[in-house]
Design a protein around this ligand. Structure first.
Ligand SMILES: NC(=O)c1ccc[n+]([C@@H]2O[C@H](COP(=O)([O-])OP(=O)(O)OC[C@H]3O[C@@H](n4cnc5c(N)ncnc54)[C@H](OP(=O)(O)O)[C@@H]3O)[C@@H](O)[C@H]2O)c1
Length: 328
């Protein structure tokens, strides 16, 4: 194993321009961990937040960006039983994906599903872990229910639309342009352009949403409550507008609403392993049957990580972007 590896690093928080190629020590897999030779790393909104200094890596995690990757197992730590050197995997990472090598717990890696390219595989872990754990394990979505996802054209949104559709839900999605709405509709959603339609009115006319997955917050909090059906659930996964809002909670009580949320990254290894087990049983079959396919916006070379972040922050993208790591 090379002592040093190539990585996208930054010495202080800032705009995309702070991202630079650097050589840093190759991580060594600890007990129960695997070292992955990264082929592609998924680019996610939380990476841009971390780069800007708004989402620091949790204690013990790599300070490098990158929450998911695809690649091949390059080494295994003591006690690893699931994987052998050479296995093709895609994996949720505590950080460190923007590099030629990354470590993760063996139970957070999943086999690359049949028929999926390595580029596509790099897009699966972060969104599938987040969507399944929040929409199904926390939000308890069932077939026949009405589901609304905000940011429908995002990496999270495109995954949520497909998983909820495969579960038999009636799916609504908001997005900010006609092109983004078309992309949501192609995946099976009833798309709502939030710039010219009121999602509350649309959902109320349909009888209310049983479950809403929201990443906007702020002024959407009160409107989400209005858009929920009786006994509806609101699951919050981010606050792109604001984490603060003035909310009248009366309806939560009188209409028996549930307001909840979660973040994936700080959860324990055991909690993430539990989600991974559910993905293998319930979501990987959706991938192999063609019901769930990552929507790819673009592939960038590792050296162009700043361009990928600029595109993400412009919100011009539809679906996911990945970084291609150089070969040996
Ligand atoms: N809780 C968790 O565990 C967890 C895990 C992963 C990601 N997340 C969060 O989930 C969200 C989606 O992640 P992603 O990687 O899929 O990101 P993404 O592709 O960049 O999606 C964000 C989308 O939100 C929409 N949006 C609505 N209001 C916005 C605003 N005020 N500012 C910026 N965008 C706004 C944008 O689409 P329009 O142009 O249609 O507005 C944009 O495409 C992010 O906020 C991320 O931090 C949470």
């Amino acid at each position: 194993m090379p002592e040093l590896m190539r990585a996208v690093a930054f010495s202080e928080p800032g705009g995309p321009g702070v991202l630079k190629i650097d050589y840093v020590p190759t991580p060594v897999p600890g007990h129960g961990q695997i070292l992955i030779r990264v082929a592609y790393a998924g680019v996610n909104r939380p990476d841009a937040l971390q780069r800007a200094g708004a989402y620091p890596a949790p204690p013990g995690a790599s300070p490098l960006l990158g929450l998911e990757c695809s690649g091949h197992v390059a080494a295994v730590g003591p006690g690893v039983t699931r994987w052998q050197v050479g296995d093709a995997v895609c994996a949720l990472l505590p950080g460190g994906g923007y590099a030629t090598h990354a470590v993760t717990h063996e139970s957070h890696a999943l086999p690359v599903p049949e028929g999926v390219t390595m580029e596509e595989a790099a897009c699966l872990p972060e969104t599938c872990f987040t969507v399944w754990s929040n929409v199904v394990m926390r939000g308890n979505l069932r077939g026949g229910e009405k589901f609304l996802v905000h940011g429908g054209s995002s990496g999270i949104g495109t995954t949520a639309i497909q998983i909820a559709t495969a579960l038999g839900a009636r799916v609504f999605a908001t997005a900010g342009s006609a092109e983004k709405c078309d992309a949501c509709a192609e995946l099976g959603a009833e798309a709502i352009n939030y710039r010219d339609s009121d999602f509350v009115a649309v959902l109320k006319a349909a009888g209310g949403a049983d479950l809403i997955l929201d990443m906007v917050g702020g002024s959407y909090l009160q409107r989400n409550i209005k858009a929920l059906a009786n006994d509806g659930r609101l699951v919050q996964i981010a606050f792109l507008e604001s984490p603060k809002a003035e909310v009248n909670f009366t309806e939560m009580m009188t209409r028996r609403l549930t307001l909840t949320g979660s973040t994936l990254r700080p959860q324990s290894d055991v909690a993430k392993a539990r989600i991974a087990d559910e993905l293998i049983r319930h979501v990987w079959p959706m991938v192999t049957s063609g019901h769930l396919r990552p929507v790819m916006d673009g592939v960038f070379d590792m050296d162009d990580a700043a361009a990928a972040h600029t595109r993400m922050e412009s919100s011009g993208h539809i679906g996911k972007m990945v970084l291609r790591m150089p070969g040996d």
